[in-house]
Ligand binder design. Structure first.
Ligand code: SF4
Ligand code: SF4
Length: 395
């Protein structure tokens, strides 16, 4: 239906939609990772996490993996609420309306409308892409085939709580909960948008935590929400790799965003902080290599998954994202209020953070003052003070 909506300039102009000025980033026609191909669709069963769950890395790893969420009560609470919400959504999924809503026949307007809805719900960055070849899993973790007949992905990203991540070591008794806090929000937001799109008369499915039917990194790259980093995951110029993402997949006609290029490929080729600081040496110090059709830095996913399972000084690990210099203070939206798109300023900030980290043995001063959580570990149904905790005086 070709009509113009009154009083809704924001849907037609180029103004910034969300909290971060991503409209000022350089856009390019292709992602900054070279893809000589061929890219093969993967099964979730091939992931290191799935292999660890199934005992391929030893029974001890599998046993620890099974309790990895339950063992920290804040993370377990976040996870349980999210699971309950998802279960209700799964059982009471609303049908696709039989009649299509009278929407503007303008893919740019509809794209800005859905991205604005994502920001209304609480996202930090939103992007839209066509679902890239190879991004959809062939099977879920139980071996059930996944069928995703959708052309577009609306991608949500949400930064993890900055002060908590800065006060954390990245592999202690809070860091995994910083992920679950965001996974829970992303699940609610993406399920809400999928429900809305079905009300408009179009099919829509979600790809979110415990229901990831797509890899997220190819979607994040294609939707212009980040570039691939040495970590093997996407990193964006505003809050580094300190975020999680989810997507709504649909055939509602949309206008894809373009990928971004802020110079991360060159930065990561020289930086290597994450590789030097990874506890188990899982991050490559070498140049990029070919992996499933992508030229990228190779992560030893097995080493990483094993440490994530058996970490005895906390739960899971995200130490590399925590100490990456792009995860830095003063990255709230208000800190970019006067930013004019000059990417050099962001490099100055990342360099300053790298220098600070080197000078302070890769610790943040907030580690001494801002640990608001209480270290607790669930063992055999009881919560105890973990043996590895670094409480001060216990009276
Ligand atoms: S620590 Fe350095 S090399 Fe590693 S992802 Fe961050 S910027 Fe790239
Ligand atoms: S999550 Fe931990 S173990 Fe895995 S690559 Fe990062 S620092 Fe290494």
């Amino acid at each position: 239906m070709n009509y113009k909506l009154n009083n809704r300039d924001i849907l037609y102009n180029d103004a910034q939609l969300g909290p971060y000025p991503d409209h000022l980033l350089k856009r390019v026609d292709r992602i900054t990772t070279k893809v000589p191909g061929p890219v093969k669709n993967r099964s979730q069963l091939e992931s290191a996490a799935s292999r660890a769950n199934r005992g391929e890395y030893g029974e001890n790893v599998a046993q620890e993996r099974r309790r990895v969420i339950e063992k920290v009560p804040i993370g377990a609470a976040l996870f349980e609420i999210r699971t309950n919400i998802k279960e209700i959504n799964r059982l009471k999924k609303n049908p696709v309306a039989t009649e299509k809503a009278p929407l503007p026949d303008n893919t740019r307007v509809m794209s800005r409308h859905l991205k604005s809805m994502g920001y209304f719900l609480g996202a930090d960055l939103m992007g839209i892409c066509e679902v890239p070849q190879g991004a959809v899993y062939t099977d879920d973790e139980f071996g059930n085939p996944i069928d995703v007949p959708y052309k577009y992905a609306v991608v949500f990203s949400k930064r993890k709580h900055l002060l908590t991540t800065l006060a954390s070591t990245g592999h202690d008794w809070i860091f995994d909960s910083t992920s679950h806090q965001v996974y829970q929000l992303l699940a609610v937001w993406s399920d809400t948008m999928a429900n809305y799109i079905r009300r408009l008369g179009y099919e829509a499915e979600v790809s979110n935590m415990r229901n990831y039917i797509t890899l997220m990194t190819p979607l994040i790259l294609a939707a212009g929400l980040g570039e691939v980093s040495r970590l093997g995951i996407a990193l964006n110029p505003f809050f580094g790799a300190n975020f999680k993402a989810a997507a709504v997949l649909t055939n509602l006609p949309l206008l894809p965003d373009k990928p971004i290029d802020f110079g991360l490929q060159e930065y990561c080729s020289k930086c290597k902080i994450c590789a030097d600081q990874c506890i188990v040496g899982a991050i490559s110090t070498k140049d990029k290599e070919l992996y499933n059709g992508y030229m990228t830095w190779l992560l030893d996913a097995k080493k990483c998954a094993i440490y994530n399972s058996i970490n005895k000084i906390g739960s899971v690990c995200g130490h590399c994202t925590r100490i990456c210099p792009w995860n830095r203070p003063h990255t709230d939206p208000c800190d970019f209020k006067d930013w004019d798109g000059d990417i050099k300023r962001l490099f100055v900030d990342a360099d300053a953070r790298a220098a600070y980290l080197r000078e302070h043995n890769f610790r943040d001063e907030l580690e001494d003052t801002h640990k608001w959580w209480i270290d607790l570990e669930e063992i055999d149904g009881r919560l105890v003070i973990p043996k590895s905790t670094k409480y001060g005086v216990i009276s």
